[in-house]
Structures are given as structure tokens and as C-alpha cells.
Design a protein. Structure first.
Lengths: 300, 233, 247
């Protein structure tokens, strides 16, 4: 059962495409990390899924419906980010009361415990909270609402490390109690890696990868060696990233489907492949230029 | 461009209101009025409104009861009666004050002094077989509008006799301040007949709606010669 | 597997209650505004004085017209605010779609119109009470009591006038949400219309006055006003239903 189904979905503003023919699907009861650099289109994608924004082209289905103006989607989905606006006049405790009225699966006990754990005061006002506290409060709503589709868009903005870890732990534990489909966007994968089952890597409005974390771990290997020799070796390989380290040294990230024969060749050259962690892989695959920031400083 | 100037007062009022609204909004957003406090304020205000409404209907404050129209056709016209010399025929209940002075002389000087109000017309008559001067104040009720009896507001003249001088001090005008509370314009819109305009004009048109007058009637022994500081009527 | 679709009406109810609780500061504004209007009205909306028959009569006419006018503008501005970004975003925090959010807005605007209208009508008595207790020699003249049917018609008319203004505000707000340029264009167009119509001796405001206020038949007036308000809301629905909630 796919909760989210996108077929060639585009979203553009004038001539600029924020999302360009994105196709993927999200299975029920999975935690998927939406990973990408700033401006890659993570938020755009999530807002389309939430039905806040309207896609320009393609098909998007959430719970088998177009999410824009769908009451079904809204009722089974919650979107949490650090921009959530609540009526000015509502103190935190009435926001929780309201959330409980709206969401049938609302876990009041959990909300209350988290609320106390993070030492909120019931009569505080949301817009008086610090950035990190706001984010923390919003995630409480996100967790306690127990929506079939829970979207966290950069939920940890402004949180300190201890709170971030607490949140991740809470998310995981609550997910075990009440499995649901969770989309969580972030630009640093390593922090949320342990939570995720799947990763959807987005770069410049396109889906780069959509794999399980396990697959991602095996997805690529890194090799470093003499530029000429390595280029020669790699010319029939799928190169995901290459970096000229200077002094004739080359670093390559290649797809981990190297044949036994080629691998032996590599070992024969005295080059030992290194493993590439999912976080590193995501970073490499979304570099703007193959040479990285150093290219900017390199003389032409 | 005259039309713009014609609308200037409205535009200024609208601008004032918009400023007031935004001040109101600012206050509304401040910390103090958040949460339940704004509800308490509304409830308190509502209570005040209900209280004032109850008082409005409980307190007997209205002078005019529009359901009780006074029939003025039964009230004599004093000026007319006096002019025709028929004052003596007027019902005695309209004599609201009476002064009598013993007088032996043959010459009476009437001196009138004006106050800060209307002069009451003075008429003369004679009496036989008496040594008394009689001064009568005739008054018919002062009706403003159709049903408001304002007679009590009027101040009586002062009459006294010093030797052979009869002094008449005309009274100051009585003052009355009337307040009328009108229904709001949506109520006025559907009133049968007496529909007001959207912008209510001040004139109540009561100038023509006064009824009631008063005269002073001086009766002296027939032998007495009258002399007045005012031209003879 | 299917996911439950909540009943539309339930969500509208929840949204309405959410607004009712969240937007209470509007009532603080209302009370402050009516208080200001009452102070303005203490001088009376008209006065004259003349003397005859031994009395000087000065008369003042009071009414809560000002209070009502302020209340109408209040509803107008509240409606504009409801269409603004921050308020629409707050709708989307919890379950909604654009349609339910708007239905809840209309219900909310109608509710505040009722509250605004009733407080405005009753404020006349408060005005009276202030006048009564702050002076000793004022004689109050009662107006002819209204027939109950006139009370009902007047009350409904007051509510509907306030509601009509909120509908106008809602439409203008929706148009501005489409493109912020309209925030400048609309007032300019309005003043231009005033001048244009003024030059041809067809005063726009007089025409409106004629069309709505000079209508003596309650039924016809109700149809006209109700139709206008409904049309304005439908137009707003159409405009806002396509708006993205951009955060």
C-alpha cells in the first residue's frame, strides 16, 4: 500500500522549476528521510504532499487522492515545521486541547508527558517561545497527533543537541508503539540515519536516490589512487563523484557493482576501496560541481 | 471636485475609525488581553449593557409617554379669551395663582419689570363693592410635542403692592433640557410612515408644537384710576 | 485500506470553535471601539435649542448610530484579517481544506456580526445610563415604543448590515490575497469611481443609499442584502479556494 505516490510531479514558479518530474512512492508504515541540500526542493515536495501547495504538472496521490483541498488527506496527515502559526491568543495548553479535538488518534498522555519533560508552561504563548522551544513544541503535536502520515520538515531547527537526541528517541519509541508513515526532512543525514528505513535523496528538484538505508550503505565505494591509472580503471564504471586531490591523486566514488574481475584489478593496483556511509554518499551525490568548493579557488 | 469635499467629513470619520480599529487591534494583541481576559472583558461589557437596559426600562425617567396624547382641543386659548374680554368665563381651574391686596386709594400705578424671558400679557378688569385689588394668573398647561407636559418648568411672576404701586416682576424663562434617544438607523429604516434619514438631522420640529399660554388679569375696584409704565393695551 | 474522511460539517464545527477560542482578542477590539464610539456619541448626534412660552428648551438627540458604524467597520476589518496569510496558515495547522476553513470563517463572521449588532443596539441604553447618571436636570423623552415586529426587523437588519460589511471586507481581502497590488489599486479605484460618478451627478454612495437604505420593504431589503453578502462570499470562496497556503 503506497501512502504517497508521485508520478512525474513538477512544481514551477515562472520559469524556475522547484521540482522537476519527480517520481517515487512511499510505502505505508515506513520512516523515510527526505535528504537534500538547502533549496533542493525538500520543502516544496513536502508541501505538495501535505496539500498546502498545488503541483504544476504530473500526478500526486496521497491516500489515493490529490492532496490539494482534500479533507481526507488533511484529516490523516500532519505537517510539522518551525513555521507553524497558531492564533496569537492561544496559550500552549489550549493549543494542545484544540489538537486533541481535531485528531481522533490524539495521545493526550504522551503529549502531556512530553510537554512536562521539556518543561513547558501551560500558559505560555507560542510566539514567545525561543526558536528551539517552538520546534520542540511543534514536534510534540506531531508525535501526539499520531496521524497516518506524519511529515516533519526540518523539525529540529534551533534545538540543542540534547533535545534533538531526545526527540529522535521519542520519535522512534512512539513509532514502535504506533507505526505510521513518517516523512522527515533534513540536510544532515548522519543525525537521523539510525531512525530511517528509507532515504529519498533530492537534488535540484530531482530525485537522486530512493533506497533503503541498508541498500544505501552498500551503494557505493570510494577509491583513491593515481589519477591516470584510476581514470583508466574507472572508465567503464558508474562514477558518482570524483575529486582531484592534487598531486596526481584522484578520489572517486563509484557505484558498488564492480565485477569480481575489476575488483581484483583494483586490488592488484594496490588500491583498497573504502566504504562510503550513506551520509557521505548523499553529500557527494549532491555536490554542485564535481570538484567542490575548491574549484572556486582554483586558477583557471 | 465638490463631491470630494462633500465627503470629507465622512472620509475623516472613516480614517479616524480605521486608526481606532488598528489601535484596538494592537491592544488586542498585547499580552494582557490574551487568553480568557478578552472573554472576561466581553462578558463584563455585556453585563453592563444588560444592566443599563434593565435600568432603562425600570426607572421612570421618560417625561413623555407617547401613547398618552394630550387632547389640546379641550383647553381654552387664554390670549383669545382675554382679547375678547371673556376671561371671567374661563374655568377657574386655570387660575394657578391669586394675589389680593386691600386698597383704599383712587390711583394705582402699575409697574412691570421684565425678566429674562417672555413677557406675560397683562389685562385689566374692574370689580364692584370691594376695596381689594385682585391679581389672577391664568395658565393653561404647557405641552411640548404632543404629550409632554412641561408646565412645572415655568416660573411664576412676582406681584406685590407698595403704597399705590402694583409691582409685577415678569419671570425668567424656565430651562429644560430634553434628551431623546433614537433607535439606530436599521430600526428607523422600516418604521411605518415616520422613516428618518440615514443621517439624523437635529430639528425636532417642536417649535410649532408648543401649546399653552398664560395671562395676568388684574381686577381693581371700579373707582380706581390705572396708570401703567407700559403702553396701554 | 482506506482512511476515514471526516464529515465536512464536523470539521467546519471544529474549525469554527478553534477560531472562536483563538480569535477572542477581536472582542477586546470590539469593546474598545464601542467604548470610543460611545464617548463620541455622548455629545448627541443632533441638538437644537429654542425658547417660547416662558421656557427655554434645549434638546439633544442620542443614538448608537456611531457605535453601529464602528461595529460595521470592525467586522469589515476582522473579515480582511481572516483572509490574510497568518490567519489562513493558522487554519491549516489542524485538519481542514480551503472550503471548510472558509465555511468556518463565514460562520465566525456571522457570529461576530450577531455579537457586534446586539452589543451595538444595547449600547444605546449604556449611553442613556451614562447621560442619566452624569446630569441631574435632564428630562428624557421616550420615543414611541416599537411594535414587536419592528423590533425583530430592526434587529435582523442590524445584524445583516454588520454581516454585509464583513462580506465586503472578506471579498476585498480575498482579492488582495490574489495579488498584493490590489491593496493599492482597490482604494484608488474606489476614489476614482466616487469622482467619476460625482462628475456625472450620479453619486455612487447616494445610489448605494438609495438601493439599500431607502428600501422600505423589509422582504425586498432582506433579499437584496442577503444576495449581496452571499455573492461576495461565493466570489471570495472561488478566489481563496485556489490559494496556496504558503508558509
Amino acid at each position: 500500500m503506497n501512502i504517497v505516490q508521485c508520478n512525474a510531479v513538477s512544481k514551477s514558479y515562472g520559469n524556475v522549476a522547484a521540482l522537476d518530474e519527480v517520481t517515487f512512492s512511499i510505502k505505508q508504515d515506513t520512516i523515510t528521510g527526505i535528504i537534500g541540500r538547502n533549496g533542493a526542493g525538500k520543502t516544496t515536495l513536502l508541501k505538495l504532499i501535505a496539500g498546502y501547495w498545488k503541483h504544476s504538472k504530473g500526478d500526486i496521490h496521497v491516500f489515493s487522492e490529490n492532496p490539494f483541498n482534500s479533507l481526507t488527506v488533511s484529516a490523516n496527515m500532519i505537517y510539522i515545521d518551525d513555521q507553524m502559526t497558531f492564533p496569537d491568543a492561544m496559550p500552549l495548553h489550549s493549543i494542545l486541547t484544540e489538537a486533541a479535538r481535531f485528531y481522533p488518534n490524539w495521545d493526550a498522555k504522551l503529549a502531556k508527558r512530553l510537554f512536562d519533560y521539556f518543561s513547558f508552561h501551560p500558559n505560555q504563548f507560542h510566539d514567545h517561545l525561543s526558536k528551539g522551544k517552538k520546534s520542540t513544541f511543534n514536534t510534540i503535536i506531531g508525535l501526539a497527533s499520531r496521524c497516518a502520515l506524519t511529515i516533519f520538515d526540518e523539525p529540529t531547527t534551533g534545538m540543542d543537541e540534547a533535545v534533538r537526541n531526545d526527540f529522535y528517541r521519542a520519535l522512534l519509541r512512539d513509532y514502535i508503539v504506533a507505526p505510521r508513515t513518517i516523512l522527515i526532512s533534513s540536510h544532515h543525514l548522519n543525525e537521523i540515519e539510525h531512525l530511517l528505513e528509507d532515504v529519498l535523496l533530492i537534488d535540484r528538484g530531482r530525485v537522486k536516490l530512493h533506497l533503503s538505508i541498508d541498500a544505501l550503505q552498500q551503494y557505493a565505494i570510494g577509491v583513491t589512487g593515481n589519477q591516470a591509472v584510476l581514470s583508466q580503471w574507472a572508465n567503464d564504471q558508474e562514477i558518482l563523484f570524483s575529486k582531484d586531490d592534487g598531486e596526481n591523486s584522484l578520489f572517486l566514488v563509484v557505484r558498488n557493482n564492480v565485477s569480481k574481475e575489476k575488483m581484483d584489478q583494483l586490488l592488484g593496483l594496490g588500491i583498497k576501496p573504502t566504504s562510503i556511509s550513506p551520509a557521505e554518499l548523499c553529500l557527494y551525490m549532491t555536490q554542485l560541481k564535481k570538484g567542490g568548493i575548491d574549484d572556486v579557488f582554483r586558477d583557471a | 471636485m465638490h463631491i470630494i469635499f462633500g465627503f470629507m467629513p465622512i472620509i475623516i470619520v472613516v480614517a479616524l475609525v480605521i486608526i481606532a480599529v488598528f489601535i484596538g487591534l494592537k491592544v488586542g494583541r498585547s499580552k494582557k488581553t490574551r487568553g480568557n481576559k478578552s472573554l472576561y472583558l466581553l462578558v463584563g461589557y455585556g453585563f453592563l449593557l444588560v444592566l443599563s437596559t434593565i435600568l432603562y426600562y425600570l426607572l421612570p425617567v421618560a417625561a413623555e409617554d407617547p401613547t398618552q396624547k394630550i387632547d389640546v382641543t379641550q383647553i381654552p386659548n387664554l390670549s383669545m379669551e382675554a382679547y375678547e374680554g371673556k376671561l371671567a368665563n374661563v374655568d377657574e381651574k386655570y387660575i394657578t395663582q391669586k394675589w389680593t391686596f386691600p386698597f383704599e386709594g383712587n390711583q394705582l400705578n402699575i409697574e412691570e419689570y421684565w425678566g429674562n424671558g417672555d413677557v406675560i400679557d397683562v389685562y385689566y378688569g374692574t370689580r364692584k363693592n370691594t376695596n381689594e385689588i385682585e391679581v389672577l394668573l391664568y395658565e393653561t398647561p404647557l405641552i411640548i410635542g404632543e404629550s409632554f407636559d412641561a408646565s412645572e418648568i415655568r416660573i411664576a411672576p412676582k406681584v406685590s403692592l407698595e403704597d399705590d404701586r402694583l409691582l409685577i416682576q415678569h419671570p425668567d424663562a424656565g430651562n429644560i433640557q430634553l434628551s431623546q434617544f433614537k433607535n439606530e438607523f436599521p430600526f428607523r429604516q422600516f418604521l411605518k410612515g415616520s422613516k428618518g434619514d440615514l443621517f439624523y438631522s437635529a430639528d425636532l420640529d417642536w417649535d410649532s408644537d408648543y401649546y399653552g399660554d398664560r395671562v395676568i388679569y388684574i381686577r381693581v375696584p371700579a373707582r380706581v384710576q390705572l396708570e401703567s409704565n407700559v403702553d396701554e393695551q | 485500506m482506506s482512511f476515514a474522511t471526516p464529515k465536512l460539517i464536523d470539521i467546519v464545527k471544529k474549525q469554527f470553535l478553534f477560531k472562536w477560542k483563538g480569535y477572542r482578542p477581536f472582542f477586546t477590539n470590539l469593546v474598545i471601539l464601542q467604548a470610543i464610539a460611545i464617548i463620541f456619541s455622548l455629545g448627541g448626534i443632533g441638538s437644537s435649542s429654542h425658547g417660547r412660552e416662558g421656557v427655554n428648551v434645549s434638546e439633544s438627540i442620542y443614538s448608537a448610530d456611531f457605535v453601529l458604524a464602528f461595529t460595521m467597520l470592525w467586522a469589515f476589518i476582522v473579515a480582511i484579517l481572516l483572509t490574510s496569510k497568518a490567519y489562513r496558515e493558522a487554519d491549516f495547522v489542524f485538519i481542514t481544506n480551503r472550503f471548510t476553513a472558509q465555511l468556518a470563517n463565514v460562520a465566525f463572521l456571522f457570529t461576530i456580526s450577531v455579537i457586534g449588532a446586539i452589543t451595538a443596539i444595547l449600547s444605546r441604553n449604556l449611553l442613556w445610563m451614562i447621560t442619566y447618571f452624569s446630569s441631574d436636570n435632564i428630562t428624557f423623552v421616550k420615543e414611541a415604543a416599537l411594535h414587536p415586529s419592528e423590533y425583530v426587523m430592526g434587529g435582523i437588519a442590524t445584524i445583516l448590515y454588520v454581516f454585509l460589511f464583513s462580506a465586503v471586507g472578506y471579498l476585498l481581502g480575498s482579492i488582495v490575497q490574489m495579488n498584493k497590488m490590489f491593496a493599492f489599486i482597490l482604494p484608488v479605484v474606489f476614489i476614482a469611481l466616487l469622482i467619476l460618478f460625482g462628475m456625472q451627478e450620479q453619486y455612487l454612495l447616494l445610489w448605494l443609499h438609495e438601493f439599500y437604505y431607502q428600501e422600505d420593504s423589509f422582504i425586498w431589503w432582506f433579499v437584496k442584502t442577503g444576495f449581496t453578502a452571499t455573492a461576495f462570499f461565493i466570489a471570495s470562496f472561488y478566489l481563496l479556494n485556489r490559494q496556496e497556503v504558503s508558509k
